[in-house]
Ligand binder design. Structure first.
Ligand code: IPE
Ligand code: IPE
Ligand code: MG
Length: 260
């Protein structure tokens, strides 16, 4: 783009975004951001497209969001991609969603590697189709030594089942003498959850106007800051993400105490 003096000028958008990123990086950045990526179906419906078109579009937003999170220096990004309840959906929709990890990683894995992103997954692996699981396990393996952002897919994840399984394992470990009742505390309990490698999310974002958790990280979100938007996931972009981070930076986290 040429400015009025005929000199080369970067399009306003990208430089404004860059400035904004630099500005935001001057204040504390949330270490762990979790996102409930909702609204793909409604996005497609609004355009008279099949629901799966919304899921496909949503995948592109996953890429942009990941790259920005990495640039901002966020340590972990957990994305709710499929819940233990989402199996209730029509077979063709579920089958399509289960193909997305292969497509996503098939296209973006080199870029993730180049950007030092580490891929992880939390959720029940047993019910996943083998092609889905292989794609993820390959990405996990190929990125395991990366030290940048951890991109954690919550796939076939459900928080109530996760908590129940933790309780069952704790009972077993107690019976076997591995864990004494007196040793069980919040930190130890957290270590039995699928999120044991992660700190609790500092910020939770949910798109699409729904104000609920839909069985997502019930234990881990106890003291997280929540940010909701009506924007549908395929329409979510860098500006909205930065808006959420800015809102987070303005919050006062008290954890039950008082500010001196
Ligand atoms: C979120 O979008 C993606 C998944 C749950 C897999 P939805 O598919 O829930 O979209 P809406 O809520 O029907 O619009
Ligand atoms: C939550 O969205 C799950 C994911 C985004 C993966 P849903 O669309 O399944 O949630 P509900 O049914 O509206 O609560
Ligand atoms: Mg939904």
């Amino acid at each position: 783009m040429l400015n009025k003096f005929g000199l080369w000028k970067k399009p306003a958008n990208s430089s404004t975004l860059r400035d904004k990123i630099e500005e935001i990086k001057e204040s504390p950045i949330p270490e762990h951001v979790a996102i409930i990526m909702d609204g793909n179906g409604r996005w497609a419906k609004k355009r008279a497209l099949p629901r799966i078109a919304g899921h496909h579009e949503g995948m592109k937003v996953v890429r942009k969001t990941t790259m920005l999170a990495n640039k901002l220096g966020i340590k972990s990004l957990t994305l709710y991609a499929f819940s233990t309840e989402n199996w209730k959906r029509p077979k063709n929709e579920v089958e399509y969603i289960m193909k997305l990890p292969e497509e996503f990683l098939g296209t973006f894995l080199p870029e993730l590697i180049e950007n030092n992103v580490q891929v992880k997954m939390m959720g029940y692996k047993d019910q996943l189709p083998s092609h889905t699981l292989h794609a993820i396990e390959r990405a996990v393996e190929e990125t395991k030594n990366n030290t940048g952002l951890v991109l954690n897919f919550a796939l076939n994840y459900g928080s109530r089942a996760e908590i129940l399984d933790a309780v069952k394992q704790i009972i077993k470990d107690n019976k076997n003498g591995i864990l004494k009742e007196t040793e069980l505390n919040e930190e130890v309990f957290s270590s039995y959850l699928m999120s044991s490698d992660f700190s609790d999310p500092d910020l939770l974002i949910r798109t699409s106007g729904e104000i609920r958790l839909s069985n997502f990280m019930l234990w881990q979100l106890a003291y997280s800051e929540f940010w909701f938007t009506d924007v549908l996931w395929p329409d979510f972009n860098e500006e909205y993400f930065l808006e959420a981070i800015e809102a987070y930076q303005k919050r006062q986290r008290r954890f039950g105490g008082i500010l001196s």
